[in-house]
Design a binder for this molecule. Sequence first.
Ligand SMILES: NC(=O)c1ccc[n+]([C@@H]2O[C@H](COP(=O)([O-])OP(=O)(O)OC[C@H]3O[C@@H](n4cnc5c(N)ncnc54)[C@H](OP(=O)(O)O)[C@@H]3O)[C@@H](O)[C@H]2O)c1
Length: 329
Amino acid sequence: MSYTTAKHAVVGMIRHAALELSADRVRVNGIAPGVVLTPLIAKAFGVPVDRADALVTFLEKRLTGTHLMGDPTMNRPYIVCHMMTALDGKITGPYMKTKAVNGASDEYERINASYHPQAWLCGRVTTDDNFTFYQKPALDRHAPAIPEGDHVAAADARMHYVSVDPSGKLGWKTNTVKYEDRPVAHVVEVLTAKASNAYRAFLRKMKISYIVAGKDQLDCKVAAEKLKSLFKIETLMLSGGGFINWSFLQAGLVDELSLVIAPVADGENDTVTLFEKSSYLPDHLPVEFSLKGVEMGKGDSVWLRYSVKNSKHRERAHRNRGRENDPAH
Ligand SMILES: NC(=O)c1ccc[n+]([C@@H]2O[C@H](COP(=O)([O-])OP(=O)(O)OC[C@H]3O[C@@H](n4cnc5c(N)ncnc54)[C@H](OP(=O)(O)O)[C@@H]3O)[C@@H](O)[C@H]2O)c1
């Protein structure tokens, strides 16, 4: 009460002085310094006192409503599926080697940075294609028993590369990755309980963090929640491939789709598209989107932004499905 009263009093004083002194042609301005992350503010906004970046993303969401970022009231990060595709929806293939993708690639990185993420997440195949190159991990079959559960090797990394690797296959050589102009990212592996003791020992030896999400099958929800609670990830870019994108989308965990389209098509029929249904997923209901924005970009690229309607949609689809077998409908 006293805090708020004092703030309003300052504004009142400025207004009054401006009115009173305007007759003498004196202009009175008030300068507000913006929000400073004090313990009081941290408590009020529900962010950690040492995480100015979390406060910034929270305020961006509240004030602009444009780039919706991490919400301290949510127990998982704000998840943006951010992808670049050809006109035919392909996310990989011969078109990637054409000049037509240059402008779109620049836009892809620029837009990625504009979300101020603390992590990007990819599937096992994407990691092998870009960082681990299908090398086998150096496993010690006689490694001592590793405690159950998660392992945080670096709790304060500025950027994280989250790699979904359910069985523990990736042959990492370092615990960081460098991609384009992004900050060096600490590697976090998402395993399931079926990953071996030897693989978990390997990750610990490499100083790579890991979380366990699911028994045999990946539990995307658990993964998302642990990424927030253990690594303070407020905004997560879900960055392919198609199988991991669809896994998160089906689980109702994608808040926004950010799609950069390059002006090219290659018509390949054996390459993956933006979303691909995998056999390990139980159902594959269609998902609807609402358009949030369209922008033209460099090199004839287009940036499309959508919010995802699937939580409601899934409920309705499930209800309708039940009715098909119900003689009352
Ligand atoms: N254009 C772009 O913006 C862009 C972005 C990213 C990637 N890409 C390209 O996309 C291609 C790879 O895409 P992809 O769709 O084939 O592979 P992906 O999504 O990168 O990885 C698929 C793998 O992830 C694991 N996985 C995914 N969802 C799972 C789930 N629900 N449960 C258990 N495991 C799950 C499985 O690993 P296991 O096989 O080990 O079980 C699965 O084989 C690459 O060529 C890459 O370069 C393009």
